[in-house]
Design a protein around this ligand. Structure first.
Ligand code: TYM
Length: 323
């Protein structure tokens, strides 16, 4: 079983990234082949400042390592350190039907807002298909918003196999934990940088407290009975708490006499407990940039071995080279 996933270095990682994806990266890293990468080529569609991009890549590596990604088990690399992916993107582009890309959310949403999309944004899913197919990936841990892209990957891989009458590509499956697939943000909508509703994983305690206190709730008073199932604070609390803890807080909601401030405090305490150790580890790692650089370099070396093998298969199938 080969596992692969990627994350864009577009800013600070948030609870949606962690619970929707990174937690599963770590859970699956004991598979003999688990590859995780920082998608800097994808980030070029939004990050246009070179210093920012570089800092974001380093930060993403620190985040993943601090949260438990173990380079002795999984391969961690930067997407652009494996240039084979851009060649495969072109090969795939020649068999990708326009209608598949036209229905993809990122492009459709921009178009609906009347914003002109770059060709990079339009063809973003093809680069993502190349990311996945280049490593014979079977399983791709992601949140709900990426499932469509994995379906495109399967369609494109299948079409290439059909056209060239060879099983060149392995078709992947998404790995989605349903209860974590769509983490809500401060306003109850999907947590996302573009909605400006994120809670970052790594924050100073004061900042974290302020953010949690700003989560939108209804305006029920202290004494009133409340419904945990429709409250974002409770939904977020469930990410951290075991069943017993969840039942205890739900009971307080239903009994009345508890204000939202108390529920928010419980959420803050559990987030501090969950991410506190990683916060300290991250600080330590940040003081050792050479180690992080070496991990990424070694990761790219290992990833390229597999990438070159699969790219060669694709080149052979369509008759490139071989003279
Ligand atoms: P990105 O960087 O936007 O997000 C990284 C991962 O976090 C998940 N996620 C969420 N999950 C649950 N609830 C949320 N609110 C939430 N917000 C984000 C995403 O589903 C994702 O799994 N296109 C990808 C990066 C990528 C990739 C790949 C992923 C490039 N190539 C190949 C897998 C395989 C992206 O933009 O993720």
């Amino acid at each position: 079983m080969r596992v692969l996933s990627g994350i864009q270095p577009t800013g600070k990682i948030h609870w949606g990234n962690y619970f929707g994806a990174i937690r599963q990266y770590i859970e699956l890293q004991n598979h003999p082949a688990a590859l995780y990468f920082i998608a800097d080529l994808h980030a070029l569609t939004t990050v246009r400042n070179p210093a920012d991009l570089q800092a974001n890549v380093t930060n993403a590596a620190l985040d993943l390592l601090a949260l438990g990604l173990d380079p002795a088990k999984a391969t961690l690399y930067v997407q652009s350190d494996v240039p084979e992916v851009t060649e495969l993107t072109w090969l795939l582009m020649t068999v990708t039907q326009m209608h598949l890309l036209e229905k993809c959310h990122a492009y459709k949403d921009k178009k609906a807002k009347g914003i002109a999309a770059d060709a990079g944004l339009f063809t973003y899913p093809v680069l993502m298909a190349a990311d996945i197919l280049l490593y014979d990936s079977n399983l791709v841990p992601v949140g709900q918003d990426q499932i469509q892209h994995i379906e495109v990957t399967r369609d494109v891989g299948q079409r290439f196999n059909t056209i060239y009458e060879k099983e060149v590509f392995v078709l992947p499956e998404p790995y989605v934990v349903q209860s974590l697939a769509k983490v809500p943000g401060l306003d109850g909508e999907k947590m996302s940088k573009s909605y400006n509703n994120t809670i970052e994983v790594f924050m100073e305690p004061k900042q974290l407290r302020r953010k949690i206190m700003s989560i939108k709730t209804d305006s029920k008073g202290m004494e009133e009975v409340k419904d945990p199932e429709t409250c974002s604070v409770f939904t977020l609390y469930k990410l951290f708490a075991n069943e017993e803890q969840q039942a205890a807080l739900a009971e307080k909601y239903r009994a009345g006499g508890m204000g939202y401030g108390e529920a928010k405090q419980a959420l803050y305490d559990s987030a501090m407990e969950a991410f506190g150790p990683a916060f300290d580890r991250r600080k330590q790692l940040a003081e050792d940039p050479d180690t992080v650089r070496d991990i990424l370099k070694e990761g790219a070396r290992k990833a390229r071995e597999k990438a070159q093998e699969v790219l060669q298969r694709a080149r052979d199938a369509c008759g490139l080279g071989g003279r």
